[in-house]
Design a protein around this ligand. Structure first.
Ligand SMILES: [Zn+2]
Length: 290
């Protein structure tokens, strides 16, 4: 039993209760439940800077759990479910014109009116084609027993790139409150990450903070901390711990504009690594190499 983070008994999504043993990270003691994060968890150097707490709060809201359930039409076997993560990096409100119009509305037919789409970056090896995208469920705010998640079903694949190991999905969104919350987090995360990158522009290599947020083993949301290193091939490795189902997890690398990549897996050198950096040319969301 992990002493640092007492578990919520009975919850199958509590990493410290449901999965005490793990081949990769026994006891998961470096995994901090997002709902229990405190600034004191950060290295001493950053503990007086509340911008980090705000940034982590917004990064958490933009991190979603993805569940891909596939079953071939001929198969008599039980459906196969893969879980991973994604980063909401853009919100397309073209349908509703502007954020001000995003009120909850119900059409005369009784069905809800679509207010826009959230655009999610994930790993190609998790969602590789349109068929898988349509069978992908997105859980927003899947943080812990005390938080009510929002579930979005079936997405459209906008882009995918095997070489860079990224896919981009669009989920329809209907609730005005959620639209406003995500819009706020996108804006604040952009602002705070730029502010922190500038503030710590000249820190030592050994202080290059890495923060990952993901749903390890498909559990609630957890955060891990470490340091990062850049590789010539266009990806980053880090010492922050990850587990199975951390693919597509979100990253904050102090000093790097890191909201254009997600956690990929293990690098050839055996370290945890990101997908390759990518630039999105909005609003078409086409990719180009950096
Ligand atoms: Zn594990």
């Amino acid at each position: 039993m992990n002493a640092q983070f007492p578990s919520a008994p009975g919850s199958q999504f509590d990493l410290h209760f449901a999965l005490q043993s793990c081949d990769k990270n026994n006891n998961h003691e470096d995994f901090i439940p997002i709902t229990k994060f405190k600034i004191e968890h950060l290295p001493k150097k950053f503990q007086k800077d509340n911008d980090f707490s705000h940034l982590i709060n917004h990064l958490s809201k933009l991190t979603v759990k993805l569940t891909v359930t596939t079953l071939s039409p001929q198969s008599t076997k039980a459906p196969n479910s893969n879980t991973g993560n994604g980063l909401i990096f853009y919100q397309d409100l073209q349908g509703s014109g502007s954020i001000k119009n995003c009120k909850d509305t119900t059409l005369e037919s009784g069905s809800e009116q679509q207010l826009g789409q959230i655009i999610v970056l994930t790993a190609h090896h998790l969602v590789s084609d349109q068929n898988a995208a349509e069978k992908t469920e997105c859980a927003m705010f899947f943080d812990g027993v005390e938080v009510q998640p929002k579930i979005l079903r079936s997405s459209n694949l906008l882009e995918s790139c095997d070489k860079r190991d990224i896919s981009i999905l669009a989920f329809k969104i209907y609730e005005g409150d959620t639209v406003r919350e995500i819009e706020n987090s996108l804006r604040e995360y952009e602002y705070l990450s730029r502010k922190l990158h500038l503030k710590y522009l000249h820190i030592k290599e050994s202080d290059r903070l890495c923060i990952t947020v993901s749903h390890p083993h498909g559990c609630y949301k957890y955060l891990t901390l470490g340091h990062w290193r850049k590789h010539e091939e266009g990806y980053y490795t880090y010492t922050a711990k990850t587990c199975p189902s951390s693919s597509g997890g979100t990253l904050f690398l102090l000093g790097v504009r890191s909201h254009n990549m997600v956690h990929r897996g293990v690098s050839p050198s055996g370290e945890n690594c990101s997908s390759k950096e990518t630039v999105f040319v909005n609003p078409e969301l086409t990719l180009r190499e950096v």
